[in-house]
Ligand binder design. Structure first.
Ligand code: GAP
Length: 458
């Protein structure tokens, strides 16, 4: 079943996953807030990435670098010079567009990588290109627009106090390469992983949380010996693919996209994206897995004067490692997981909306229902809830019929509901109901915790 953007947006609002930012003031474009269920789910996406990328491995360590870095970092990385989108403005509507999007939307021209002059010429000459807002054909010249958010440190707004909000988390890793090497006993090949906010002043943000100006990234720089980089790149392509499948995404909605050689970023030898087939946007990038070569470490060596090398003790030689970088965003991934899980189905003449999320991603892992609000059923249910709640996010719901309580949890994606009924008082057993199959099993109370643990870890 394919779900529309409008449906997902209103579902996310209605169930407290995602809200428009500053809504009481009319909202601000491209900013979103994660509500009670959304914050749990996004945390689960990040935790799963961290568990898989850092905790499950002995060759990757973590880092949490600052968002505001020395401005020279962005000169060295190339962002000050080249992190641009091509901007064009319509004189008739006053609207601004990404020139490549405007051209590609109206023609069959592949505009990626064209210069500002080339794009200006195409827009001037090709009559098919019109302002989507009013059909006008009076455009300004195309000019590069740097996507970094500029700010000032300290009270004086002067040129020497200019700083930037980081447009990627990766540079905090490169600038800490030596610190980590000197303090963590890591040996090449090894990786440094980081999750954190990044900022890009996107000209055309859109598609809900897919492209926003403030977003999170999950990036890992894996340092390898030059010559082994292509093999490691293949390895990480496989690993990252497996991660999505392990979290239950439908493989038919997932594909790899190989960036053509002539369109690679300035630092990349090869980049392959993992793409998801969004029903409202088609195949779109969830993450990019790039071979960044020794570009960044060499540039930071050049700009900082600090040698960023690895000493290979057994072979008694120093070299600058190559870097393989899986770089993704939890916001986009969350949208993909939500769309993939969203299901409307008819069961015995009744319709239900159910979020078939992998239990590890589900915001609430289990809900405890007492069949009656009165003791002793409610007392036993409370005790069970108190026993479970330290392990995961657990819900307690005693409102309305059991059927309605099931529907509420189905929509929230809660994989298991545990009901304490009158029989429980005699046989000391409760019912665990599975969200997807709706099958029920009777389990002794003292075994519920272990049973849920095994069901959730899948
Ligand atoms: N360090 C490499 C790098 O930043 P990128 O492909 O520009 O590569 C990596 O970004 C990931 O960050 C993307 O695959 C996407 O998941 C996320 N991302 C990038 N821009 C984003 C935006 N404007 N909104 C939401 N997520 C974004």
């Amino acid at each position: 079943m394919s779900v529309s953007m409008e449906k997902i947006v209103s579902f996310c609002k209605r169930r407290g996953f995602i809200f428009q930012s500053s809504e009481i003031y009319g909202g601000i474009r491209s900013s979103y807030d994660y509500g009670p269920l959304g914050v749990e789910m996004k945390k689960n996406v990040k935790d799963e990435w961290w568990r898989n990328t850092v905790h499950m491995r002995d060759d990757v360590v973590g880092l949490d670098a600052a968002i505001i870095m020395h401005p020279r970092v962005w000169e060295a990385s190339g962002h000050i010079g080249t992190f641009n989108d091509m901007l064009v403005e319509s004189r008739t509507s006053g609207k601004r567009y990404r020139a490549d999007h405007l051209i590609e939307g109206a023609t069959d021209i592949d505009a990626e990588g064209l210069s500002a002059e080339e794009m200006t010429k195409i827009i001037r000459e090709d009559e098919r290109i019109k302002d989507p807002a009013d059909g006008g054909r009076d455009f300004t010249e195309v000019r590069p627009f740097n996507l970094m958010f500029e700010t000032y440190t300290g009270p004086v707004k002067s040129e020497e106090n200019v700083a930037y909000l980081r447009p990627e988390t990766a540079q905090g890793i490169f600038t800490n390469f030596k610190n980590v090497l000197d303090t963590s006993r890591v040996k090449v090949p090894f990786g440094i992983a980081q999750i954190g906010k990044s900022f890009r002043n996107e000209i055309t943000p859109g598609n809900f949380i897919f492209r926003t100006r403030e977003f999170e990234q999950m990036e890992m720089e894996f340092f390898v010996e030059p010559g082994t980089d292509e093999e490691w790149h293949e390895y990480w392509l496989e690993e990252r693919w497996k991660w999505y499948l392990s979290l239950g995404i439908n493989p038919e909605n997932l594909r790899r996209y190989e960036h053509p050689k002539e369109k690679l970023s300035h630092y990349s030898k090869r980049t392959v994206d993992v793409e998801y087939n969004f029903p409202f946007a088609g195949w779109s990038e969830l993450e990019g897995i790039a071979n960044r070569t020794d570009y960044d470490l060499k540039r930071h060596t050049e700009f900082s004067g600090q040698r960023l090398e690895y000493f290979d003790q057994p072979n008694n030689r120093s070299y600058v490692p190559y870097t393989i970088e899986p770089a993704g965003g939890p916001d986009r991934m969350m949208l993909a997981f939500l769309v993939d899980a969203y299901t409307e189905e008819e069961i015995e003449g009744e319709s239900r909306t159910v979020l078939k999320l992998h239990p590890r991603l589900a915001p609430i892992k289990a809900a405890v229902f007492p069949l009656s609000k009165k003791a002793p059923v409610s007392t036993v249910a409370r005790e069970l809830y108190d026993d479970l709640k330290g392990d995961y996010r657990i819900a307690y719901d005693d409102g309305g019929s059991i059927g309605r309580r099931y529907r509420r949890q189905d929509e929230a994606g809660t994989p298991f509901c545990v009901t304490v009924d009158f029989e429980t008082m005699d046989d000391k057993k409760v019912t665990i109901r599975d969200r997807d199959t709706m099958k029920q099993e009777r389990v002794p109370i003292e075994a519920v915790r272990e049973r849920l643990k095994s069901l959730i870890s899948g």
